[in-house]
Design a protein around this ligand. Sequence first.
Ligand code: DC
Length: 228
Amino acid sequence: MDGPSGTGKSTVSRRLAIACGAAYLDTGAMYRTVTLAVLRAGFEGDNPKAEDVAVAAVADIRSVTDPTAPAILLDGEDVESEIRGPEVTAAVSAVSALPAVREALVERQRTLIADATGGTQGSSGGIVVEGRDIGSVVCPDAPLKVYLTASEEVRAARRGAQDRKAGRDGDLATVLADVRRRDQLDSTRKTSPLHAAPDALVVDTDDLSVDDVLAELLHLVHDRGLVS
Ligand code: DC
């Protein structure tokens, strides 16, 4: 499941995973967590040392892939709430554009996916993975690729509502500016820019509720025989 922020990706992905008895992996949380490690080390995202710190931090990350209680740990500490804050959000695009960071995280993501799909540890309920480059780079052979989109305004309104619900400042103009800035950075970076894989199903969610999107995806999942 790929697409820019504010398209409902996380909610839809989690609910789809629960409905299918699959695992769930939020790769954005991984990029956010290595960014947190960079900031804690005292660097900005565009500092030349950021890449080394972020790559080293990959070994200290643990993703909990249970869709009913997803979590991300950095050195054993639950950082779920901190990685959604404004400092990490402002720095994450720069860190996630660094090629060595992407390489290290993509490798980790592929291992988690292999584990959830009958690989080394044998649980075989499948996995719903969300991010920006899942269908295009991480999992080019995924049996179902979905790319969620929505207009900037709708995405900013959703992000703002999410922020306010979590007790953060969700001022619309600020959120819209941030959505635009991150879209620009994420879709123009050299390594794995955000784009829909050629064989992805593109779903415009402007006029669709989460329930609508979920119903469409469940239909597809059953149609393709991905769950019994
Ligand atoms: O989904 P999110 O907003 O939590 O993602 C945070 C940032 O991480 C986003 O600005 C782009 C980056 N990201 C990425 O480059 N590749 C991914 N697979 C997931 C996220």
